[in-house]
Ligand binder design. Sequence first.
Ligand SMILES: [Zn+2]
Length: 82
Amino acid sequence: MKRKDFTRFIDTIFAAKSGEEMLCTEYFDKLRYDVDLQLSGQNAETLLPEVNHHMHQCPEYEEVYLALLKIVGKENPADPSK
Ligand SMILES: [Zn+2]
């Protein structure tokens, strides 16, 4: 990798990080939808790639997502036979 390209690469990472806080709430709006997809057995990672990309960068989002998945999963246990 050329030095110039490397600098741009770093800039991109930091730009993404600085935008993180602001965008996080937008991703939280999609959280329920993401969980619904997951519970209905659909591939949320393919259908909501930007949400999953955010989740990998954002431990807070992942934590809430997993907690919600657990709660909703208990309320509506997935039943493939129905
Ligand atoms: Zn976030």
